[in-house]
Design a protein around this ligand. Structure first.
Ligand code: AHN
Ligand code: ZN
Length: 328
């Protein structure tokens, strides 16, 4: 009996942690009991985000970047069957060259049917949208822009050890996504964003690799997120958008996965769709009033761990686990 109380107390604590900002938690409780959600620990996901930002900005060519790469490889080795590190040269718009690494963790590597889950792990070398001019040359923590998606995917990988998928799952952390030119830069013509996804789409980690579809996460850690349906996603992979938004709705996340078109965003999924022909969607917070289309802290020095809401990580991670569970 005493044990039962301790268990209930712990459960209450865990649930309070994950739903602290869920306005509907009280009146939706009876409804929620009918929907059995897959286990996703948003405190663990948050810790994975913080571990990345604790290294400092993961900018190409820096020590923090190298340390974070080793950390991500270590984590994936714990949770996945096979880990690949794909090294390439990133040629940036400013004429520089960096060694960059895509990091790939495969679960059930021999399964025929496969799903890709992806995010970028590098962070932007400058806070060019910072309201304070002094900060604009500083590199960003990229807690939301980069680390949030990686944190969710590490927790998904950790959970899949006990929630064994029927299908193969490949978790990909793309490097060199966010070294695109500033508006003030006079950049030569070219595709300067998503250098890691461009490389991977043209040079998959396994020869002849393909997957049924992919899901990219980018900026999934804002409070009260709004995941509108990004328009390259609906163009290239309409059925996947319908599937994922439908599952999110059935889990009670309809307020966050909004059934309306969002922006047109040149993110990693664009290059995967274009160069690999694997249909990939982007789950990305879209802000209709911020002016940039993104979170107000986007590409500013304020994109730090203090602006990460673990409840949002939970919404996205729980949805992904349910998407995987539904696949045969
Ligand atoms: C722009 O549309 C400029 N960037 C989208 C890709 C991106 C940058 N995602 C995160 N940072
Ligand atoms: Zn960015």
């Amino acid at each position: 009996m005493k044990r039962l109380f301790i268990f209930l107390y712990i459960m209450l604590f865990v649930m309070a942690g994950c739903h602290q900002k869920d306005k509907k938690a009280d009146n939706a409780q009876t409804q929620e009991q009918e929907v059995v959600k897959p286990a996703f620990d948003c405190d663990s996901a948050f810790a994975f985000v913080k571990a990345q930002t604790d290294f400092g900005p993961r900018v190409l060519g820096t020590e923090a970047h190298a340390q974070c790469r080793d950390y991500l490889v270590r984590q994936l080795r714990q949770y996945c069957d096979t880990v690949y590190v794909q090294t390439f040269t990133a040629k940036t718009y400013d004429g520089k060259q960096f060694t960059a690494e895509n990091i790939i963790g495969s679960i059930k590597p021999t399964a025929g049917k496969r799903i890709v889950l992806a995010s970028h792990w590098d962070s932007r070398p400058f806070a060019d949208h910072d309201p304070v001019p002094m900060h604009r040359e500083e590199a960003i923590d990229g807690a939301n822009d980069g680390a949030s998606g990686v944190g969710v995917l590490l927790e998904v990988a950790r959970q899949l050890q006990s929630q064994k998928p029927e299908v193969g799952v490949d978790i990909i952390f793309y490097d060199a996504e966010d070294y695109g030119p500033r508006e003030s830069d006079d950049a030569p013509n070219g595709e300067w964003w998503g250098l890691g996804s461009q490389y991977w789409a043209k040079n998959p980690h396994v020869e002849g690799y393909t997957a049924s579809y992919g899901i990219l996460l980018d900026m999934v850690g804002s409070s009260n997120p709004k995941f509108f349906q990004e328009q390259f996603s609906t163009h290239y992979a309409p059925a996947i958008v319908q599937k994922v938004w439908g599952i999110a709705y059935s889990l009670g996340y309809g307020d966050y996965f909004v059934n309306q078109p969002g922006g047109v965003i040149t993110d990693d999924h664009y290059y995967v769709n274009k160069f690999s022909h694997i249909p990939m969607i982007d789950i990305i917070h879209y802000d209709r009033v911020s002016g940039t289309g993104f979170d107000p802290v986007w590409h500013t020095s304020q994109d730090n761990i203090q602006h990460i809401d673990k409840n949002s990580l939970g919404i996205v991670g729980t949805t992904l686990l349910q998407v995987i569970k539904n696949e045969q």
